[in-house]
Design a protein around this ligand. Sequence first.
Ligand code: FMN
Length: 177
Amino acid sequence: MLNILAISGSLRAASTNSALIAALAANAPADCRVTVYDGLGRLPIFNPDDEGERTPPEAARLIDAVTRADGVIVSCPEYAHGVPGGMKNALDWLVSRDAAVDKPAMLVHASPRSFFARAALAEIMRTMSFALHEEAALEIALLGKKPPEIEAILAKAENRQAMREAIQAFAGFIGAR
Ligand SMILES: Cc1cc2nc3c(=O)[nH]c(=O)nc-3n(C[C@H](O)[C@H](O)[C@H](O)COP(=O)(O)O)c2cc1C
C-alpha cells in the first residue's frame, strides 16, 4: 500500500485545487492511500530561527507527514504569476531537512493557464531535491467553476479514469525508484 500525501495550495472554501485533491483521494486505486494535508492555513510563517528544537508543532506535523509519505501530490493556484505565499511557506519549512530529499512528487493542475506558477513550483521543488515526476500532466480545467459544477466535472467517468491513471503512473514512478 502506497501512502501519498496530497496538498492543495489554496485556502479558499470553494477552491478548485482543493476539490481536485479531494477527488484524487476519492479515486485513488486500491493499492494507494491518498491523504489530504489540511494544515496549510495553520502553519506559522517560516523563520529559520524556529527550526530544530524550536520547530512549531504544525510545522513538525507537516515535516512528519512528508517524511512518512511515499510521495507527494501538489495542486496549486497561480497568484500574480507566482506560487501563493501559503504554499511557498509550507515548502520553506521543508527546505533544510531530509523530508523532501528524493521524495517523489507530482504536480496536478486545476487551471489550464497557471504556467508561471507551474514552472516556479517545479523549479522550487527540484531545487529542494524532490524527485519530480515530470511526465505526469493531469490537468482538469476547473478555473472559475462553482462547487456544483466542479463536482459534476470531477464525477465524469473520463475524469475519474484520468485521475486513477495519473495516480497509477505516479505509483509506478515511485515503485521504479
Ligand atoms: C490574488 C489572485 C491573483 C491571481 N493571479 C493569477 C495569475 O497571475 N494567473 C492566473 O492564471 N490566475 C491568477 N489568479 C486566478 C487563480 O489562479 C484561479 O482563480 C485559481 O483557480 C484559484 O484556485 P482555487 O480555486 O483553488 O482557489 C489569481 C487569483 C487571485 C485570487
